[in-house]
Design a protein around this ligand. Structure first.
Ligand SMILES: [Zn+2]
Length: 520
């Protein structure tokens, strides 16, 4: 504790004293402060999500806000950029610049307090389904696989019911974040955030539009065949996943909870990655007071990485775990001396690395070789997945448009907006008594982050296409690790993600690989 106090004093004092120092020294000082604060914050977050309580989370969050919302630091970064003489320092500057803002620290504090109080609601919330408390993963499974239509409806309603508790807080968060963006000279938080992440809104909107147009008729064809097979007059959201229930139920039986980690480990050994030799700690059992989501905490990369999940029987749960392990492997294999390049990863690249690893468990060879799924089951799963991917894409487009429009037209009634987009993209009946948009926790904890999954899937498709063309298979092939370490993983954030992608696949981001992988 003594050490902590001394460090805090050191942390607070030098901000003023380095203001006029050399820019490189100034950046070194900022990095050291960030390294220590990230470490403390990640530890507190770990406690918060796994135990439902973290005594000093607010304290470290405030210190972090005080540092990153300090207008003097922001101004000095802008002013002294011209003095930077080498490429590596310019890269450090880019990363630091995206973390600091000229905020009013009061707003940052209000935002993080609200986020923490909403996440406490999530951590402690358990929905009631048919008179019984259920965890989210179980409800998800029931609403997609139960043979009883009423049970599916009840499970869906329970699954999104946390939205009713969070809706007001989320609306307030969106307003606060827009106020914060205005302080920084932007019209809304979405454009501010896109600028920080070096993304172009116009190009993004064009991409969403293109994906919408390409997927419209294949999606309508899927709806028609579901309607036909289930012979309901009117399809509902809880019938859509059910159409694939038989194959999912069959596949799930090959994935008992106790085998999931071991299948993943064997599959990773097949590409040359041994996670038993990596400093990864797991918390995989669900319990009261633990968040129902899955996260990886880079406590101190590459020395201390922690994966939290809530396993239940099935392939979906395995895939989620594999994704999180992908994050942990990424952090473990970064070999950079500079801490900033180890800890501060861009959202797109970080999710892309996780998706590249997780994608392995959806390949036929992986299913057969490591999970002993029979050929016929693996084949029907892959066939059904082609359709499920299109449903997922339409769902994703709806969620991405929702966030974009919630920030750019903040005066809209968010529930109305959601259900309008729901009708447009999913073409199913609305249920305006429910607020599923507020049950999507990403909008609360990771604002303007969800598009990273879409870009990550594009990076993954492009990388798989390259690996398959040049090395035949991604699964069970040691070249996969060699390629990933050599071109992607070891660099961390030393170079921008689009440069790494081009280095690896000899081509800039090209959405066509993703579009082809969906059969569109
Ligand atoms: Zn992830």
């Amino acid at each position: 504790m003594k050490f902590v106090k001394i460090f805090i004093i050191l942390l607070l004092i030098p901000i003023q004293s380095v203001i006029s120092a050399d820019i490189e020294v100034f950046m070194d000082t900022l990095e050291q402060k960030l390294e220590w604060l990230n470490y403390r914050l990640n530890l507190e977050q770990w406690d918060h999500y796994t135990k439902g309580q973290a005594d000093s989370l607010d304290f470290y969050q405030e210190l972090y806000n005080d540092l990153t919302s300090n207008p003097e630091i922001y101004l000095q970064l802008q002013r002294d950029k011209k003095d930077i003489s080498n490429e590596q320092d310019l890269r450090r500057w880019d990363i630091l610049n995206s973390l600091f803002s000229s905020d009013d620290v009061g707003i940052s504090h209000k935002i993080s307090k609200l986020v923490d109080s909403l996440s406490s609601i999530e951590v402690n919330y358990r929905a009631i389904y048919n008179g019984e408390k259920k965890q989210a993963n179980e409800l998800y499974k029931i609403y997609r696989t139960s043979r009883n239509r009423g049970d599916r409806e009840n499970a869906y309603r329970a699954y999104v019911s946390v939205g009713n508790k969070l809706a007001e807080g989320l609306s307030q968060l969106i307003r606060l974040r827009n106020q914060q963006a205005k302080k920084n000279g932007y019209s809304n938080y979405f454009s501010y955030s896109f600028k920080q992440q070096n993304l172009d809104i116009d190009e993004y909107e064009k991409l969403l539009e293109r994906l919408d147009q390409l997927s419209q008729s294949p999606y309508q064809a899927i709806l028609a065949s579901v309607r036909n097979k289930l012979s309901y007059n009117e399809l509902q959201i809880w019938d859509l996943g059910y159409f694939y229930a038989d194959i999912n139920r069959e596949l799930d039986s090959y994935f008992p909870v106790e085998s999931q980690l071991s299948f993943i480990k064997q599959g990773l050994k097949g590409i040359g990655v041994n996670i038993d030799k990596m400093p990864i700690y797991f918390d995989l059992e669900s319990r009261d007071g633990k968040s129902q989501f899955a996260f990886t905490f880079p406590i101190k990369p590459p020395h201390d990485l922690r994966v939290m999940a809530n396993l239940i029987e099935g392939h979906y749960s395995t895939r989620t775990l594999h994704h999180e392990i992908g994050h942990a492997i990424h952090y473990a294999l970064i070999s950079q001396d500079n801490n900033l390049f180890r800890t501060e990863q861009s959202g797109i690249w970080s999710e892309a690395m996780a998706q590249i690893f997780a994608g392995m468990c959806e390949e036929r060879l992986w299913l057969e070789k490591y999970a002993k799924v029979p050929y016929a089951v693996a084949r029907s799963f892959i066939k059904s997945k082609k359709e499920a991917d299109i449903i997922y894409l339409r769902t994703q487009l709806m969620r991405l448009q929702f966030e974009l429009q919630a920030y750019t037209n903040p005066n809209r009634d968010l529930n109305k907006l959601y259900w309008e987009l729901f009708e447009k993209y999913l073409m199913l009946p609305k249920h305006e008594d429910l607020k599923p948009w507020a049950s999507l926790f990403y909008y609360i904890t990771h604002p303007v982050y969800m598009q990273n999954y879409l870009y990550a899937d594009m990076v993954k498709a492009q990388t798989y296409a390259y690996l398959e063309k040049n090395y035949e298979s991604v699964v069970d092939n040691k070249m996969t690790k060699a390629f990933l370490v050599q071109n992607y993983l070891r660099f961390g954030s030393r170079y921008p993600w689009d440069e790494l992608l081009e280095r690896g696949t000899e081509e800039g981001l090209n959405p066509n690989y993703y579009i082809q992988s969906l059969g569109l």
